[in-house]
Write a protein that binds this ligand. Structure first.
Ligand SMILES: *Cc1c(COP(=O)(O)O)cnc(C)c1O
Length: 221
């Protein structure tokens, strides 16, 4: 069995049934991604539209495609037809652009709101205290459906240092879900990567985004 397959099987065995893995596949080849799919991965996450286009054309509906990178408004038109979910919505203008292009393609794009859980000014994502207002502001856009939250968390020395940020994002997720906002379905909480997914699951994540632990170190790191 190949290394990628072995890694996927190990993680699948370890995590609870309700947790979905997004295999974070930036810089990986279609062959590597297909090996992960054969081992049981259903969702592939990509960060870069140009890099992902030929790969998605090759692999197509053998996977569900999540956009997990920072999305510029002028790239939305390329992302909408190829992807099944966008995990990184953090502004009304971006949401409007997604809705507009989704309608052109006759679809409703599921999105997650990216939370800047450590409130780092230079990073993407909406501050936790602004998330509810943003969701209320975009809920009526007809080409998009809010389905949860995503967070990266800050760079820390030990994954356990992410716990307070993951826990705050989970509390925010629950609070927004309890508002029962029309047209909003708080279903997915995407947090945790290769070195932090255990902490994230303990904090309540039901989507984890795993790159290096599945595919090995990225070449240009
Ligand atoms: C690359 C990436 C991941 C996975 O990171 P690893 O440390 O390789 O597991 C998760 N989320 C996002 C948004 C990424 O860009």
């Amino acid at each position: 069995m190949g290394k990628i397959k072995e890694a996927v099987k190990t993680i699948l065995k370890e995590i609870p049934d309700n947790v979905e893995i997004v295999a974070a596949a930036k810089s990986r080849t279609a062959e590597e991604i297909l090996e992960a799919i054969e081992a049981g991965i259903r969702i592939i996450g990509e960060n870069y539209i140009q890099e992902s286009q030929p790969i998605i054309e090759k692999i197509g509906d053998r996977a569900i495609w999540h956009f997990i990178g920072h999305l510029q408004k002028n790239k939305v038109k390329y992302v909408v037809p190829l992807y099944h979910m966008i995990e990184t919505v953090d502004s009304r203008p971006l949401a409007e652009q997604i809705s507009k292009h989704a309608l052109k393609h006759g679809k409703v794009m599921p999105v997650l709101i990216e939370i800047n859980s450590a409130r780092e000014p230079q990073k993407f994502g909406v501050f936790p205290e602004k998330a509810l207002d943003l969701i209320k502001d975009i809920k009526a856009l007809p080409g998009l459906k809010v389905m949860g939250l995503m967070t990266m968390g800050p760079a820390v020395e030990h994954p356990d240092h992410l716990r307070p940020f993951f826990e705050e994002t989970k509390a925010l997720f629950d609070a927004i879900r309890n508002e029962c906002i029309d047209g909003v379905e708080m279903k997915y909480l995407s947090m945790g990567m290769s070195d932090s997914y255990r902490v994230a699951i303990e904090a309540g994540a039901n989507v984890i985004r795993i790159g290096t632990k599945i595919f090995g170190q990225r070449p240009q790191q």
